[in-house]
Write a protein that binds this ligand. Structure first.
Ligand SMILES: Cc1ncc(COP(=O)(O)O)c(C=O)c1O
Length: 371
């Protein structure tokens, strides 16, 4: 088992079966097949609004091409300072938009601070023809810190965006985790609160490679197909992405996966919170647990809380470094036991015996032994 990221997780059996099932015949390429043609209707039903959508194989492609559709070469994109599209996608949006520029805003626990954004936008308002225009705002749901935007939070940001003429994008790489945690309708955290275009992630929650860009305002999608082609994301065998997405949405598979991942993350967060020296850095509201690790050795005395639990990691959760857990392969079980008093705290891979994340942080002493 490799406790690391929902990106490291496997693929749901049901989705693999759907891929095999659609491999029995030839079909029209580039989205003109029977399965791909069902996607818009399926997503329109889900969001209770006619949508136009396009499938892409990665979250980065979804974000960059979606943002390029609402922000041009001279536009500013307001984002959280930790936004994946801003800091972790190698300038994909900057490039595919032809020069749009991110304007990062701070905010606790991964959420844009609306008051700070309002001040900033007020300071930038007014006609100026020699600098960037206000173009778009992007929010991430679940946030990069594993927290949620409630519908009311989104409504405030949506109203602010409207006031300043910004289009709104949502990076929903972990949309299902947010949705199930909030117990709301998908429309309540998207178009009803002002989201114009959504990166609808499935890959991190059980698909192999299948995300969708969902336009709630079809006019914004005018050149999307061209953007896909130009960037090399117009896949010929689109039906294999459609097969994944249709199966993902069927039978509540996506919601079951997300609920399970969230529950495991919550349990793990509670467990980690009891470990002396460990610090949960952000509220665990979805499938991500961020753990600080100030104490690097076990206490001299055995801690009063004996920690010995089995955690069933059957769907992705995210324990990143400083860090969160995403993940587990179906059926994996994580056993956490107290280390011997006074011994170094280590967290090792059960099969390889390797410490977790050695390459990323050589000083990292991981907590506990995974057996
Ligand atoms: C919030 C968020 N958005 C987008 C992405 C990009 O997804 P991909 O790696 O499929 O390009 C990630 C990847 O982990 C992510 O965490």
């Amino acid at each position: 088992m490799w406790l690391r990221s929902d990106n490291a997780a496997g693929v749901s059996d049901e989705i693999l079966a759907a891929l095999v099932a659609c491999n029995t015949s030839v079909a029209a390429p580039y989205g003109d097949d029977e399965l791909s043609r069902q996607i818009d209707a399926r997503l329109s039903a889900l969001f209770e609004k006619p949508v136009v959508s396009y499938m892409v194989p990665s979250g980065t492609a979804a974000n960059a091409l979606a943002l390029a559709s609402i922000a041009g070469p001279f536009d500013m994109i307001v984002c959280h300072q930790d936004a994946h599209a801003f800091g972790s996608e190698c300038g994909a949006t900057d490039m595919f938009s032809g020069g749009a520029r991110f304007k990062p805003v701070p905010g606790a626990h991964g959420r844009i601070d609306a008051a700070v954004a309002a001040d900033m936008l007020a300071g930038m308002a007014g006609p100026r023809d020699n600098t960037y225009r206000l173009g778009a705002l992007t929010v991430t749901q679940l946030t990069e810190a594993g927290t949620l935007y409630r519908p009311a939070d989104l409504a405030v940001l949506g109203a602010l965006a409207r006031k300043h003429g910004l289009r709104v994008h949502m990076d929903g790489a972990r949309f299902a985790n947010a949705l199930t945690a909030l117990h709301v309708h998908p429309a309540d955290i998207t178009w009803r609160t002002g989201v114009d275009v959504l990166s609808f992630g499935a890959t991190k929650n059980g698909a192999m490679y299948a995300d969708a860009v969902v336009f709630f305002d079809p006019a914004l999608a005018e050149n999307f197909k061209r953007r896909q082609k130009r960037s090399g994301h117009d896949l010929s065998k689109t039906r294999f992405m459609a097969a994944q997405l249709l199966r993902y949405l069927e039978d509540d598979l996506w919601l079951r996966n997300a609920r399970h991942a969230n529950a495991v993350a919550r349990e793990l967060g509670e467990l980690l919170a009891r470990v002396p020296g460990a610090e949960i850095l952000h509220p665990v509201e979805g499938n991500i647990v961020f753990v600080g690790h100030r104490v690097l050795t076990a206490p001299k005395e055995r801690s009063p809380c004996q920690i010995e639990r089995d955690i069933d990691l059957t769907t992705p959760i995210d324990v990143s470094r400083r860090t969160g857990v995403h993940l587990g392969l179906p059926g994996d079980r994580l056993k956490i036991t107290d280390p011997a008093p006074g011994s170094p705290l280590v967290w090792v891979n059960a099969q390889s015996g390797q410490p977790w994340f050695p390459a990323i942080d050589p000083d990292w002493r991981l907590l506990w032994k995974v057996q």
